[in-house]
Design a protein. Sequence first.
Length: 285
Amino acid sequence: MSESSEQQRPPHGSAPRNPDLFRAEPVSFVRRGNRLQGRRASAWERNAEQYVIEPPRKIADTSVADDFQLDPAEAFGRTAPLIVEIGTGLGECIANAAKDDPERNYLAVEVYRPGLAQLMLKVESFGITNVRAVQANAPEVLDVMLDENSADEIWIFFSDPWHKPRHHKRRLIKASFLDKVSRVLKPEGTLRLATDWSNYAEQMREVLEAHPDFENQHPGNLSGEESNLTKVRRDGMEGFDPEPDFIDVQGGWAPRFERRILTSFEGKALKAGRLVFDLAYTRIG
């Protein structure tokens, strides 16, 4: 029996559940509080009407109705190249990128309202107008809300690694999700990723190398002794047993993306002794 069927099976003795109330795949996030307080609440009240897109919902407060499609020209008040960041956290990266790059439009996709409220604080502080935000589940944004070939770049930085093997199915980066990314990304558009966990980095690289719509922008780069994967395995980082003879012969890692600022999240990872892996792929399909 498929996972979705298991999710739809009602408890013993209960009436059948409506399949429309269940997503086809497990979501890549866990529910957290949406309550806003203090400066975040005030920033949301002042800015949400102008900068936050409120799609009609299908199921939960992070879902997107099947008939909703965003018109970027209307949403941003202009036509410009579109950058989509999935999982914006506290908005540090996208806000700074938009500030330094006013000629492009930036769409923040995030499931946690407090993070988007923090982004509103930054938008207000920077005095920028080229950012819009939506509180929504990323696969639904890519399936429904955004049109085909509408994004010039899609960024996914530090998505949840879901460490336990039984939770790997919840990881965002997998073949089915890349199909959705390919639909929205323009031909020759760029998908950028970063993670601070080597196991997830290897999975990202594996599924992207196998996907027919994507081509590595840095094949063979940072392999061997220069690879962070080599360092992690040899030194027994992240809880691995040291493997003195391990070498990452494949490489393919991107240099650090110059417009990805050092966020508080990444700073904590580096302070904890973890290494960061960047990947960049071109949509060729």
